[in-house]
Design a protein around this ligand. Structure first.
Ligand code: ADP
Ligand code: MG
Length: 631
């Protein structure tokens, strides 16, 4: 649905004032030369466009019918050629000059706008991306990637389309319409009124047309989305379709979706088919009217008693020419005006982003976290997400450099949230998070985060080679890459791949198993050698055998580093120096594995679940688990 993702920022957009002038103010002055050239060209070229019809009238009246003397404005009669042939050649050379100049100005106009639009599109895209990238995590967690993409792609593209010629076209239309009207009114205001009669109608009809069909096309795109996902769904679930022998059922669902799409499209196309002929009709009526009134006037004098004076053949021909010439711009005007509303919406979205507050501000005098040792302290930390729910309450703990801490607890108990606070993805609501005795809010975000390595449940590989994914922006040698891959237990399988370290992997990382991707992610962190390491359920998506392989690489990773290991499988953390058990945002138990087992509390019960002693679990624990499941 690339065109109608108009929903993102729909509330915030209302606060954006004058987005178009802000856009032009921000970017137009960066490119004064192309903009200046284009504007000048757009002013001159429609003026030149007025000349041919006027020259034609001059030739008819001054040369062919000789009803009026041959004269050019601003040129003294004495300087004009005397012979008819001379006048004819002068007229020809004027025609040629006008067309030659028009060629040049049209070229300059297109060039200027194109240079401007392409540059601004690039600036805008990179500015929007940089701004977006700097926003806090809550900005991203509240929105779909697709919605954010649409600002970067459709909105930026639409603005490019606008900058590339919208203004030029508007100027062109205005100059043409005003120029033609002025010449006609000056020549014969009565005939001019007749010729201009259908003019507003053209603009109104084309404006209304776009207004009418836009929602229809939007609906058609919506139904196409439904149809496409139905088709995709069916093909990817083909095994289920076949095993249930549900082909007939699925065929009729596809047929239904396709029919809806067809109907929606037809609704829009019907109007498209009517629009062109309707314009032709209005244009034809206008043209015939000018011919009737003007022609009558030439032959028999003023056709109605309200008209007075005389009209030449040249004037009628000129009016007919102008009538045709003005029709295109007037139709375009209606469409341009319509376009403006959508472009404005795009500009508003872009400025909502530009104005978006940065939620994790860096202190003005933020220190570098120098030579971090990896001591971590949570001091009475409470935290609520921006949507209000309290996720952590009075969490306090203290970790010495090099220790390994296990974080366990039911889903939603706040384990990941603790780590997000350590990374300063969010700021605490109360209390403080400290690294090496320094509040994380007082050090630079860059130095803080680069001292922390993060391995998540779903390792993310970027589009590119395995090598690029491990290096990830660092300038390192092949042997350094291989050495960390080796330590991460990944070198073996990488060299078994046909292209080795140059194997292309993508977001989907198709060819690699979850465990292999995870080991690449671990190598990436190893290369950075952070003092603090966060493993957020790093092994929960792999089978037991792979876990052993990953566990080996993790042991390599965690040695001599402060490590927080969030784990579902408690066996992963049984060797930790200390285990923190979280429940509902609070630390309810803490201590080493054996001690916690002896206590017989939440940890001991979770342990029983994992070793399969479900029958010996206390009734309350099961009740609480069921309650959590419903929450
Ligand atoms: P865990 O990692 O222990 O499973 P989390 O730290 O992810 O738990 O979540 C703790 C609580 O915070 C849960 O109630 C969860 O719904 C809530 N939460 C997590 N992430 C967000 C978020 N981005 N916005 C709002 N609430 C969130
Ligand atoms: Mg979690």
């Amino acid at each position: 649905m690339p065109e109608d993702e108009e929903d993102i920022f729909s509330d915030e957009r209302e606060n954006i004032e004058r987005p178009m002038s802000r856009l032009l103010g921000k970017y137009a002055k960066r490119y004064p030369a192309p903009v200046g050239v284009a504007l000048t060209a757009n002013l001159i070229s429609p003026l030149l466009g007025l000349a041919p019809a006027w020259l034609l009238a001059l030739a008819i009246d001054g040369l062919f019918t000789e009803s009026t003397p041959y004269s050019l404005p601003l040129v003294p009669t004495a300087m004009l050629p005397e012979t008819t042939a001379g006048k004819m050649l002068l007229t020809v050379s004027l025609f040629v000059s006008v067309y030659a100049l028009t060629t040049v100005t049209t070229w300059l106009g297109s060039w200027g706008w194109a240079v401007f639009a392409e540059n601004v599109q690039h600036d805008l895209r990179t500015d929007v991306y940089d701004k977006m990238q700097g926003l806090g995590m809550e900005f991203f967690s509240d929105r779909q990637t697709g919605e954010l993409m649409s600002v970067l792609s459709s909105d930026v593209n639409r603005l490019e389309g606008f900058l590339n010629g919208w203004l030029g076209q508007l100027l062109n239309i205005l100059v043409q319409v005003i120029g033609i009207s002025a010449i006609m009114l000056a020549t014969n205001w009565q005939l001019a009124l007749v010729a201009l009669l259908p003019a507003p109608l053209l603009t109104v009809v084309s404006y209304l047309f776009v207004q009418k069909v836009r929602p229809m096309y939007r609906e058609a795109r919506g139904t196409f989305g439904d149809l496409a996902s139905r088709l995709e769904n069916n093909l990817s679930g083909i095994q289920v379709v076949k095993s249930f022998t549900n082909e007939t059922f699925e065929s009729s669902r596809v047929e239904g979706a396709s029919q809806e799409h067809k109907d929606a499209r037809w609704g829009a196309r019907r109007w498209g088919i009517r629009f062109g002929p309707m314009l032709t009709l209005i244009n034809g009526i206008g043209f015939s009217l000018v011919f009737l009134v003007g022609g009558w006037w030439v032959l028999f004098g003023p056709p109605l008693s309200v008209f007075s004076g005389s009209v030449t053949v040249g004037t009628v021909v000129m009016f007919l020419q102008y009538t045709r010439q003005i029709q295109g711009p007037l139709t375009q005007a209606g469409q341009l005006l319509n376009n403006f509303e959508r472009v404005k919406a795009s500009a508003e979205r872009v400025f909502v982003l530009f104005d978006y507050p940065v939620s994790i501000p860096e202190a003005d005098e933020a220190d570098e976290l120098e030579d971090p040792r990896g001591a971590v302290e949570f001091d009475d930390v409470s935290f609520s997400y921006p949507d209000g729910e309290e996720a952590l309450t009075d969490v306090s703990f203290d970790v010495d450099p090099g220790q390994t801490i296990g974080l366990v607890g039911p889903t939603g108990s706040g384990k990941s949230t603790c780590m997000k606070l350590l990374l300063r993805f969010y700021d605490v609501t109360e209390g403080a998070v400290e690294v090496d005795g320094q509040d994380v809010r007082d050090v630079t975000i860059r130095s803080l985060r680069s001292s922390i390595g993060y391995v998540s449940q779903e390792p993310f590989l970027f589009t590119g080679t395995i090598r690029e994914n491990i290096a990830y922006g660092l300038d390192v040698t092949d042997s350094e890459i291989e050495s960390v891959a080796e330590r991460a237990n990944a070198h073996g399988f990488i060299t078994d791949l046909e292209d080795g370290y140059e194997t292309e992997v993508g977001q989907r990382g198709d060819r690699l198993s979850g465990g292999q991707r995870q080991r690449i992610a671990i190598a990436r962190v190893l290369l950075r050698d952070p003092e603090i390491l966060i493993l957020d359920e790093a092994t929960s998506h792999v089978d037991n055998e792979t876990e052993v392989l990953i566990q080996q690489s993790l042991d390599e990773l965690t040695a001599d580093r402060t490590t927080f290991s969030i784990a579902h499988r408690l066996s992963t953390v049984r060797d930790a120096d200390r285990i923190l058990v979280l429940d509902d945002g609070q630390i309810v138990e803490r201590g080493p594995h054996d001690e916690l087992l002896d206590r017989g509390g939440l940890y001991a019960n979770l342990w029983r679940v994992q070793v399969g002693e479900v029958s010996s679990l206390p009734e309350e624990f099961l009740e609480e688990a069921a309650a959590r499941d419903r929450a």
